[in-house]
Design a protein around this ligand. Structure first.
Ligand code: SF4
Ligand code: SF4
Length: 344
């Protein structure tokens, strides 16, 4: 992997050059929070942000999208809406890049999703390092550093951004800037290592995940799940903001008086009552306790069995979004504690 550095004073120039690779989107401030959106002008970008309300997932798996349209005599016509739009996503945190890599395993694995695939091909990712706040536990989830899934990744080392070049496209971006980037020297390496140590020390949360899957296996009947079920409102906010939740619902909108229509998919949540409702009227997870338990088991145990790691990246969004303060790190911590065995 190529490692270069960009003088901070030249970041504006770099941003103007990368616009030739696609429409520039970055975090901007909105009512005291941050959202990824198209930049009207570069100074609107906020690269020192905690977390965006919705993760960059929305670019690859939109909250609602048309899959295909159909009409008698014409068959099915796959939708291409927005699939060829070239975008440069600037300022993606490591945990969110990690989350996209997890989505890649789901949508580009055995069964490839052509809609996701097209967007993934056309959207460039420029990552940026961050400073953890009190809700971040990405280090515990091994998602505080990524070595792939981005085109460029920037580390703030003082007077420079140290840049990892992750792909040929990232290399093209560097070349397009002429000589803005410089080689790194021993002082830059020391600055990087110092930043890395400082970040490590900045984490407030430490969640042990080594044998977590086994703890979940053992605590299937724990009283914690009923306690959480009594508290949870089934609002689904935790799923909506999660960078790795990928469940979707599919519906057909048929035109009145015709057999033509379109098929749409939209984000779904396993916390919703209807999520496990089947045609016979049976519901496999009728009560809230079983639904919230399912969410935790899928992320921390089921995904490990299937893909070898939890699907949680420790971004803390579900903690920020939950109206009744259900905190993923605290739930894991409680599950590990011996004294909570009495709550069974
Ligand atoms: S479960 Fe919560 S902390 Fe984990 S990735 Fe999803 S939103 Fe982030
Ligand atoms: S955000 Fe909180 S209350 Fe809403 S479904 Fe998730 S855990 Fe339950």
């Amino acid at each position: 992997m190529k490692i270069l550095k960009l003088p901070k004073g030249k970041l504006d120039l770099f941003a103007s050059v990368v616009q030739q690779f696609g429409e520039l989107h970055a975090p901007v401030e909105q009512d005291g929070k941050y959202v990824f959106k198209r930049l009207a002008r570069w100074p609107d970008a906020r690269l020192e942000y905690d977390r965006t309300i919705l993760p960059p997932k929305k670019y690859f798996l939109p909250p609602r999208e048309t899959l295909f349209r159909y009409r008698p005599g014409e068959g099915f016509v796959p939708s291409t809406d927005g699939l060829d739009q070239r975008i440069v996503l600037f300022g993606v945190h490591a945990c969110d890049v990690y989350a996209i890599n997890i989505l890649d395993q789901v949508f580009l694995g055995k069964y490839k999703d052509p809609y996701y695939q097209a967007r993934r091909r056309n959207i460039a990712i420029i990552g940026i390092d961050c400073t953890p706040d009190k809700q971040c536990f990405c280090r515990s989830m091994r998602a505080d550093f990524v070595d792939h899934g981005f085109d460029l990744f920037f580390y703030d080392t003082g007077d420079y951004y140290q840049a990892l070049v992750g792909t040929a496209l990232g290399d093209d971006m560097v070349l397009a800037t002429g000589n803005l980037f410089e080689p790194v020297g021993p002082a830059d390496i020391d600055a990087y290592k110092e930043r890395s140590w400082n970040k490590r020390r900045a984490f407030h949360l430490d969640v042990e995940i080594r044998d977590l899957s086994e703890i979940f296996e053992m605590e299937y009947e724990s009283g914690i799940w009923d306690q959480l079920g009594r508290k949870c409102l089934s609002c689904g906010s935790c799923s909506m903001v999660c960078p790795t939740c990928y469940c979707y619902d599919v519906s057909d909108d048929v035109e009145l008086g015709s057999r033509a229509g379109k098929r749409t998919r939209s984000w779904d949540s396993c916390l919703y009552f209807n999520h496990a409702l089947v045609a016979s009227g049976e519901n496999f997870r009728r009560d809230r306790a079983s639904r919230i338990k399912f969410r935790f088991y899928h992320k921390q145990r089921g995904f490990v069995a299937e893909y070898g790691r939890p699907s949680c990246v420790g971004c803390g969004r579900c903690v920020s979004a939950c109206p009744v303060n259900i905190d993923t790190a605290q739930v894991i911590d409680r599950l590990r504690r011996v004294e909570d065995v009495g709550s069974r």
